[in-house]
Design a protein around this ligand. Structure first.
Ligand code: TYD
Length: 216
């Protein structure tokens, strides 16, 4: 059966190929959980294994994203919903401009945070509603969502104590970080095939071993 059986235009082809790879990995966790070190160590491990890796961070990763990062983290104050939409706006562009093309080219994408941060920080931490924040973000992502989410779980008191310089959101304090942590643990319970909690007090190379055992 040829004519009329499969007739995909280029846009649908991109979407189809993105949907069938499982190479989009996100590191998540509260402030000071040590994600950034693990992102770099994981990228190195995947490259050693012969893969091509694109590392991204949120907010950031595109020229717009870096400007929005400044607005989000350096402003004195920001309306809570403005915060949600700014995170979602930079994320939509990052997904379309950087992440989808990388996945289509067969590369790994290792991300320091994703929209799971918004669900935890804005949805639960700010109390705006996890489902609402998820829906706003998914609208802009067009299916470009992480395949694996690893949450580095660290007690908030310990994590905040080891933070170098807290940004506007990182300064919210222990109660806020407790809510963020509860949200991550809840997400792991409701999406056990995708969201995995790891003990963030383990050394980075051990964490990379655990992640590699899942994704490779
Ligand atoms: P990040 O640069 O990862 O900081 P850290 O390394 O200290 O964790 O994230 C910056 C801050 O932005 C951090 O406090 C988490 C917060 N954040 C949100 O509140 N929502 C989001 O969607 C994202 C991506 C980050």
């Amino acid at each position: 059966m040829s004519g009329g059986y499969v007739n995909l235009d280029n846009a649908s082809l991109t979407r189809v190929s993105v949907a069938f790879v499982s190479k989009y990995i996100a590191l998540e966790g509260g402030d000071g959980s040590g994600k950034s070190t693990v992102v770099v160590a994981l990228a190195t491990r995947l490259e050693t294994d012969g893969g091509e890796v694109v590392m991204v961070r949120e907010p950031g990763g595109t020229p717009l994203g870096e400007v929005v990062r400044g607005l989000l983290l350096d402003s004195d104050r920001l309306d809570d919903w403005a915060e949600v939409f700014l995170f979602a706006a930079q994320r939509a562009e990052l997904a379309r401009e950087v992440i989808a093309p990388a996945l289509s080219a067969g590369k790994w994408v290792v991300s320091d945070r994703t929209y799971y941060s918004s669900i935890a920080y804005q949805g639960r931490g700010r109390g705006l509603g996890e489902d609402e924040v998820r829906a706003i973000n998914e609208k802009g992502l067009d299916g470009v969502v992480p395949d694996h989410v690893f949450v580095l779980d660290v007690d908030p008191e310990t994590a905040l104590a080891r933070q170098h310089a807290a940004d506007r959101i990182g300064k919210e304090g222990v109660d806020f970080q407790e809510k963020v942590r509860a949200a991550y643990l809840g997400l792991a319970e409701s999406e056990p095939d995708k969201v995995v909690v790891l003990d963030g007090s383990l050394p980075a190379d051990k964490l990379v071993d655990l992640i590699a055992a899942v994704v490779l």
